[in-house]
Design a binder for this molecule. Structure first.
Ligand SMILES: [Zn+2]
Length: 85
C-alpha cells in the first residue's frame, strides 16, 4: 500500500498512529494509536482491512476500555453559514 496515492488529492500517504473517534449507538468511542495511512496533503485517513476488522471487533465485544473519559459536548446549531443548506 506504500505506493498508493490519496483518492481525493493524489497526495502521498504515510503510515501514522491516529486517534479515531467512532460513533457507536448513541455514544462515542475513542480508539487511540490506531495505525492508519494518512494523506500528507489533505489529512484523509485510510485504514487497512485488518485495522477495520479490529475496530468492528472492538465495538462488537464491548470489552473493558483502558480508561473512561468525560467528554464535553457542544451544539453549534446556532452557527449560521454563508451557504444556505
Ligand atoms: Zn489527500
Amino acid at each position: 500500500m506504500t505506493e498508493q496515492k490519496c483518492l481525493y488529492c493524489q497526495g502521498r500517504l504515510a503510515l501514522r498512529r491516529v486517534n479515531r473517534l467512532q460513533p457507536y449507538g448513541n455514544r462515542w468511542i475513542l480508539i487511540e494509536n490506531l495505525p492508519a495511512w494518512v494523506c500528507t496533503q489533505c489529512g484523509e485517513r485510510y485504514y487497512t482491512p485488518q485495522v477495520h476488522d479490529y475496530v468492528v471487533n472492538l465495538l462488537r465485544c464491548n470489552s473493558s476500555p483502558q480508561r473512561t473519559e468525560v467528554v464535553k459536548v457542544y451544539d453549534a446549531i446556532q452557527v449560521t453559514t454563508e451557504i444556505p443548506v
